[in-house]
Design a binder for this molecule. Structure first.
Ligand code: SF4
Length: 245
């Protein structure tokens, strides 16, 4: 990252205002602690797991959507209202990956709606993007974990083939992970966001940049400037990844 200076600080303030991250932002109610897990992954034999993964890897978009909508591969299917498949440009250069649906997303079947969705839209606008144009938004798990708890490892494992297939179909130039769960899951690490930020990682050969989840940012205003740094890094990385001319 480049050293800070007065003009950069001034530009940062300007963009933070554009992001709607001034002092008037009010934290929403904190996400609840991990609720009691009520999920028991079905005990699939190894052949069945391999067959399911292979079937998902051959799906086109409509087959993939139908498969997610009918999925009962993990216990999250029992408490969901809607599956939340993902939304946006299916030929996007940018892929944003969050953790999983919250209450509003579960009710509407779309990722990142409500306050954190509005903040994500502002974050995208800060790098010249609009939801649905040049960017696709998806989550690690497609069904809401009860009480907004973190998805369990077996739930993420069962859902992983869907995101993997979305990535194969989209072929984004750059993935931006939003929050700890998405970063740790895609990068196969237990490292903290703080230690992963500011560096270029790879997932399936695709460059990955790590930043905070908008819902976290709404609660932790002290970290808002770091998101601006991450967005600048993402924007300059994308410029480097674009073909010359
Ligand atoms: S979270 Fe994923 S694996 Fe679990 S039921 Fe929903 S779509 Fe299926």
């Amino acid at each position: 990252m480049t050293p800070d200076n007065p003009s950069r600080r001034s530009r940062r303030k300007e963009v933070l205002r554009e992001l709607g991250l001034g002092p008037l932002w009010r934290a929403r109610a904190p996400m609840g602690p991990s609720a009691a897990q009520d999920t028991i992954a079905p005990a699939f034999p190894a052949d069945a797991i391999a067959g399911r993964v292979a079937a998902i890897r051959s799906m086109d978009w409509s087959e993939l959507e139908a498969s997610v909508a009918a999925c009962t591969a993990c216990g999250l299917c029992r408490s969901r209202t809607h599956t939340v498949f993902g939304v946006g440009d299916r030929r996007a250069d940018w892929l944003c990956v969050g953790e999983g649906p919250g209450a509003e997303e579960d009710a509407r079947g779309e990722p990142f709606v409500g306050p954190s969705g509005r903040l994500l839209d502002n974050m995208l606008a800060a790098v010249g993007l609009m939801r649905g144009r040049g960017v696709y938004i998806a989550n690690i798990v497609k069904c809401r974990p009860p009480g907004n708890r973190n998805p369990a490892p077996d739930e993420m494992e069962q859902c992983a083939p869907y995101l993997a297939r979305q990535i194969e179909l989209i072929q984004p130039r750059l993935i931006v992970t939003l929050g700890r769960i998405a970063a740790q899951n895609l990068l196969h690490t237990d490292a903290s966001i703080a230690s992963l930020r500011g560096r270029l990682h790879r997932h399936a050969g695709i460059p990955v940049i790590v930043t905070y989840h908008p819902a976290y940012l709404l609660r932790t205003l002290a970290d808002k400037a770091k998101v601006w740094e991450d967005l600048c890094f993402a924007r300059s990385t994308m410029q480097d990844l674009m073909p010359a001319g």
